[in-house]
Design a protein around this ligand. Structure first.
Ligand code: PGA
Length: 249
C-alpha cells in the first residue's frame, strides 16, 4: 500500500538560508498535491514572513525551529507563538538535539513550549533521541522515555508530531539501520499508546531524522511507525528535497 498520502517530509534548515535564498527555494518548488506527502519547511526566523504566502499557495507548510513559551516580555532574542502565527507559520520544532545539547534546553522547557504551541494552534514537532553512549550502553529506552514523559506532561495527542532523531546519526551521513529504526520507533509507538490510548497514540505522526537522504528514504519509509522524515542537510537543496519527495513509496 502506498504511504505517500499524509506522509510528512519536514526540512529543518537550521542556520542556513538567507531570506532571498529561502524565497528562491520556495519559488522553485511545485505546488504539493493534496493526496501526496505533506511538506513542512522549518526556516530561519528572518525568512518566515517572506516565504509564508507563496508557501501557502503551494500547500507547503512553514514554521520555525524553536519558539519561546511566554506570550511576550523582555526575553531578548526569543520569538513567541503569536509572532510565528503573525508571520504565517503554523509549525514549530521543539527540543531539537542541538537546542538540548548546545543551548541547554530541558524536558521541562520542552514541555512549556509544546503546550504553548498547542494552545496557540501551532503544530509542535517534538524531537527526541539518544546519544551514542546511551545507544551503546543499551540505556536508550530510558532516555527516550524520560524525554517523552517529561516533554509531554499535560499535552494533547493532537496537533502533535514526534521526531525520533538519534543524536549519533544526525549530520553524520549515516542513518540508523532499518532494524534500529523499526525497533526504536515501534517502542516509541507503544509508549505513546500507553500515554494517550490506542486510537490517539496510533494517530500521532512519528518522523525519523538523522541523515535521511534520497539514497535511504525509500527503505526507511516502508517501515511500520515511520510516518515521515525530519531532514537536515538533504533538505537544503531543491533537487535533493524533490528526489526525497519522489522516492516515498
Ligand atoms: P541531518 O539533520 O539530516 O543533516 O542528519 C537532521 C536534523 O538535525 O534534524
Amino acid at each position: 500500500m502506498s504511504k505517500r498520502n499524509g506522509f510528512i517530509i519536514a526540512a529543518n534548515w537550521k542556520m542556513y538560508m538567507t531570506t532571498s535564498e529561502a524565497k528562491a527555494f520556495v519559488h522553485s518548488m511545485e505546488p504539493m498535491a493534496p493526496d501526496g506527502p505533506e511538506l513542512i519547511l522549518f526556516v530561519p526566523a528572518t525568512a518566515l514572513a517572506a516565504i509564508s504566502e507563496e508557501a501557502r499557495q503551494k500547500n507547503i507548510l512553514v514554521g520555525l525551529q524553536n519558539m519561546h513559551w511566554e506570550k511576550e516580555g523582555a526575553y531578548t532574542g526569543e520569538i513567541s507563538a503569536e509572532m510565528i502565527k503573525d508571520a504565517g507559520g503554523t509549525q514549530a520544532i521543539v527540543g531539537h538535539s542541538k537546542r538540548r545539547s548546545m543551548f541547554g534546553e530541558t524536558d521541562l522547557e520542552v514541555n512549556f513550549k509544546v503546550r504553548t504551541a498547542q494552545q496557540n494552534g501551532l503544530v509542535p514537532c517534538v524531537c527526541i533521541g539518544e546519544d551514542i553512549k546511551e545507544r551503546e550502553s543499551g540505556e536508550y529506552h530510558k532516555v527516550l522515555l524520560r524525554q517523552i514523559v517529561g516533554g509531554l506532561i499535560g499535552v494533547r495527542s493532537a496537533p502533535l508530531i514526534i521526531a525520533y532523531e538519534p543524536v549519533w546519526a544526525i549530520g553524520t551521513g549515516t542513518a540508523a539501520t532499518t532494524e534500529q529504526v523499526s525497533e526504536t520507533m515501534g517502542w516509541i509507538r507503544r509508549v505513546l499508546i500507553e500515554q494517550f490510548g490506542r486510537e490517539e497514540g496510533s494517530a500521532i505522526k512519528l518522523l525519523y531524522g538523522g541523515s535521511a537522504k534520497p539514497e535511504n528514504v525509500a527503505e526507511l519509509a516502508v517501515l511500520d511507525n515511520v510516518d515521515g522524515f525530519l531532514i537536515g542537510r538533504a533538505g537544503l537543496k531543491v533537487d535533493s528535497l524533490k528526489q526525497i519527495l519522489d522516492r516515498i513509496p
